[in-house]
Design a binder for this molecule. Structure first.
Ligand SMILES: [Ca+2]
Ligand SMILES: [Ca+2]
Length: 192
Protein backbone atom coordinates (compact mmCIF):
# COMPACT_ATOMS: atom_id res chain seq x y z
CA UNK A 1 0.00 0.00 0.00
CA UNK A 2 1.18 3.52 -0.73
CA UNK A 3 -0.21 6.70 0.76
CA UNK A 4 -3.14 7.66 -1.44
CA UNK A 5 -6.14 9.88 -1.28
CA UNK A 6 -8.50 7.10 -0.27
CA UNK A 7 -6.45 5.89 2.72
CA UNK A 8 -5.79 8.13 5.70
CA UNK A 9 -2.25 8.43 6.96
CA UNK A 10 -2.78 6.64 10.26
CA UNK A 11 -4.36 3.64 8.53
CA UNK A 12 -1.43 3.57 6.12
CA UNK A 13 1.01 3.39 9.06
CA UNK A 14 -0.98 0.66 10.79
CA UNK A 15 -1.28 -1.29 7.54
CA UNK A 16 2.48 -1.46 7.04
CA UNK A 17 3.03 -2.94 10.50
CA UNK A 18 0.77 -5.87 9.57
CA UNK A 19 3.45 -7.21 7.25
CA UNK A 20 6.12 -6.92 9.96
CA UNK A 21 3.97 -8.85 12.42
CA UNK A 22 2.58 -11.58 10.13
CA UNK A 23 5.73 -13.66 10.42
CA UNK A 24 4.68 -16.56 8.18
CA UNK A 25 3.17 -14.17 5.63
CA UNK A 26 -0.10 -16.08 5.23
CA UNK A 27 -2.24 -12.96 5.57
CA UNK A 28 -3.62 -13.91 8.98
CA UNK A 29 -2.03 -12.50 12.11
CA UNK A 30 -1.98 -14.99 14.99
CA UNK A 31 -0.50 -15.12 18.47
CA UNK A 32 2.07 -17.55 17.06
CA UNK A 33 3.22 -14.96 14.49
CA UNK A 34 3.52 -12.33 17.18
CA UNK A 35 5.38 -14.44 19.74
CA UNK A 36 7.62 -15.75 16.95
CA UNK A 37 9.05 -12.23 16.69
CA UNK A 38 10.75 -12.81 20.04
CA UNK A 39 12.52 -15.87 18.62
CA UNK A 40 13.52 -13.94 15.51
CA UNK A 41 14.96 -11.22 17.71
CA UNK A 42 16.86 -13.81 19.82
CA UNK A 43 18.42 -15.23 16.66
CA UNK A 44 19.25 -11.76 15.31
CA UNK A 45 21.02 -10.76 18.50
CA UNK A 46 22.70 -14.11 19.15
CA UNK A 47 20.76 -14.75 22.34
CA UNK A 48 19.37 -18.15 23.36
CA UNK A 49 15.60 -18.27 22.90
CA UNK A 50 15.18 -18.99 26.63
CA UNK A 51 17.25 -15.96 27.75
CA UNK A 52 15.27 -14.05 30.40
CA UNK A 53 14.89 -10.92 28.23
CA UNK A 54 13.59 -13.01 25.32
CA UNK A 55 11.15 -14.85 27.57
CA UNK A 56 9.87 -11.50 28.83
CA UNK A 57 9.47 -10.14 25.32
CA UNK A 58 7.56 -13.25 24.28
CA UNK A 59 5.23 -12.89 27.23
CA UNK A 60 4.76 -9.17 26.45
CA UNK A 61 3.70 -10.10 22.92
CA UNK A 62 1.33 -12.69 24.33
CA UNK A 63 -0.10 -10.09 26.71
CA UNK A 64 -0.71 -7.74 23.78
CA UNK A 65 -2.43 -10.52 21.88
CA UNK A 66 -4.80 -11.33 24.75
CA UNK A 67 -5.43 -7.72 25.83
CA UNK A 68 -5.82 -6.19 22.36
CA UNK A 69 -5.36 -8.08 19.10
CA UNK A 70 -7.17 -11.28 19.97
CA UNK A 71 -10.36 -9.26 20.41
CA UNK A 72 -10.21 -7.59 17.01
CA UNK A 73 -11.26 -10.49 14.80
CA UNK A 74 -14.42 -9.98 12.76
CA UNK A 75 -14.98 -13.75 12.66
CA UNK A 76 -14.51 -15.71 15.87
CA UNK A 77 -14.57 -19.03 13.99
CA UNK A 78 -11.28 -18.13 12.29
CA UNK A 79 -7.95 -18.19 14.03
CA UNK A 80 -6.19 -14.87 13.56
CA UNK A 81 -6.82 -11.42 12.17
CA UNK A 82 -7.07 -10.39 8.55
CA UNK A 83 -5.32 -7.21 7.49
CA UNK A 84 -8.72 -5.46 7.50
CA UNK A 85 -9.48 -6.67 11.06
CA UNK A 86 -6.08 -5.47 12.20
CA UNK A 87 -6.33 -2.00 10.62
CA UNK A 88 -9.89 -1.42 11.82
CA UNK A 89 -9.18 -2.78 15.30
CA UNK A 90 -5.96 -0.87 15.90
CA UNK A 91 -7.46 2.34 14.55
CA UNK A 92 -10.52 1.84 16.70
CA UNK A 93 -8.46 1.47 19.86
CA UNK A 94 -6.13 4.36 18.98
CA UNK A 95 -8.75 6.87 17.87
CA UNK A 96 -12.40 5.99 17.44
CA UNK A 97 -13.17 4.57 20.88
CA UNK A 98 -12.16 7.73 22.72
CA UNK A 99 -9.42 8.87 25.10
CA UNK A 100 -9.90 6.16 27.72
CA UNK A 101 -9.51 3.36 25.18
CA UNK A 102 -6.52 5.15 23.71
CA UNK A 103 -4.78 5.33 27.09
CA UNK A 104 -5.44 1.66 27.77
CA UNK A 105 -4.23 0.76 24.27
CA UNK A 106 -1.03 2.78 24.67
CA UNK A 107 -0.41 1.23 28.05
CA UNK A 108 -0.71 -2.25 26.51
CA UNK A 109 1.60 -1.22 23.66
CA UNK A 110 3.96 0.16 26.32
CA UNK A 111 4.40 -3.28 27.92
CA UNK A 112 5.87 -4.48 24.62
CA UNK A 113 7.91 -1.35 24.06
CA UNK A 114 9.46 -1.65 27.51
CA UNK A 115 10.65 -5.23 26.88
CA UNK A 116 11.74 -4.26 23.38
CA UNK A 117 13.99 -1.54 24.76
CA UNK A 118 15.47 -3.96 27.30
CA UNK A 119 16.40 -6.32 24.47
CA UNK A 120 17.96 -3.51 22.44
CA UNK A 121 19.97 -2.16 25.32
CA UNK A 122 22.76 -4.73 25.40
CA UNK A 123 24.48 -3.25 28.44
CA UNK A 124 21.21 -3.21 30.34
CA UNK A 125 20.97 0.53 31.08
CA UNK A 126 17.63 0.80 29.24
CA UNK A 127 19.09 3.25 26.69
CA UNK A 128 19.51 2.21 23.07
CA UNK A 129 22.51 3.48 21.09
CA UNK A 130 22.55 3.87 17.32
CA UNK A 131 24.52 0.63 16.87
CA UNK A 132 22.08 -1.26 19.08
CA UNK A 133 19.16 0.26 17.21
CA UNK A 134 20.57 -0.76 13.82
CA UNK A 135 21.23 -4.31 15.09
CA UNK A 136 17.63 -4.64 16.28
CA UNK A 137 15.88 -3.23 13.27
CA UNK A 138 18.17 -4.52 10.55
CA UNK A 139 18.98 -7.99 11.86
CA UNK A 140 15.74 -8.46 13.73
CA UNK A 141 13.17 -6.88 11.43
CA UNK A 142 14.87 -6.63 8.07
CA UNK A 143 14.80 -2.83 7.74
CA UNK A 144 17.59 -1.84 5.29
CA UNK A 145 20.65 -0.73 7.25
CA UNK A 146 21.13 2.46 5.18
CA UNK A 147 17.74 3.76 6.26
CA UNK A 148 18.31 3.34 9.95
CA UNK A 149 20.87 6.04 10.71
CA UNK A 150 18.50 8.82 9.62
CA UNK A 151 15.70 7.04 11.41
CA UNK A 152 17.66 6.96 14.64
CA UNK A 153 18.34 10.71 14.40
CA UNK A 154 14.61 11.39 13.99
CA UNK A 155 13.71 9.36 17.05
CA UNK A 156 16.52 10.70 19.26
CA UNK A 157 14.63 13.89 20.03
CA UNK A 158 17.18 15.38 22.45
CA UNK A 159 20.08 14.38 20.18
CA UNK A 160 22.20 12.79 22.90
CA UNK A 161 22.94 9.71 20.78
CA UNK A 162 20.74 7.38 22.80
CA UNK A 163 17.08 6.50 22.73
CA UNK A 164 15.56 6.76 26.16
CA UNK A 165 12.33 5.10 27.26
CA UNK A 166 10.64 8.49 26.92
CA UNK A 167 11.90 8.95 23.35
CA UNK A 168 10.50 5.56 22.40
CA UNK A 169 7.27 5.97 24.36
CA UNK A 170 6.55 9.24 22.58
CA UNK A 171 7.47 7.87 19.16
CA UNK A 172 5.28 4.82 19.71
CA UNK A 173 2.29 6.95 20.73
CA UNK A 174 2.76 9.14 17.65
CA UNK A 175 3.19 6.21 15.32
CA UNK A 176 -0.01 4.48 16.41
CA UNK A 177 -2.27 7.46 17.04
CA UNK A 178 -1.12 10.55 15.11
CA UNK A 179 -2.48 11.67 11.74
CA UNK A 180 0.31 14.26 11.47
CA UNK A 181 2.57 13.39 8.50
CA UNK A 182 5.38 15.42 10.12
CA UNK A 183 5.39 13.64 13.50
CA UNK A 184 8.88 12.29 14.28
CA UNK A 185 7.36 9.12 15.68
CA UNK A 186 6.23 8.18 12.17
CA UNK A 187 9.82 6.99 11.74
CA UNK A 188 9.50 4.29 14.40
CA UNK A 189 9.97 1.52 11.83
CA UNK A 190 12.17 3.40 9.37
CA UNK A 191 11.36 6.01 6.71
CA UNK A 192 7.70 6.26 5.88
CA1 LIG B 1 0.27 -15.50 9.91
CA1 LIG C 1 17.96 10.63 23.42
Amino acid sequence: MTVSADVDFLTYKIDRTFDMLDGDGDGLLTETDLCGLADGMAKALGEPSDAPKIVELRSAFSHFWHSELGRMSSDSSREGLTREDFCAGMRGRAVSQGPEAREEFLSNVGVMTHCWMDIGSQDGDGLVTQDEFVAMYHNGMGVPEGELVGTFAKLDVDGDGRLSRDDVRQATAEYYTSEDPEARGNWLFGPI
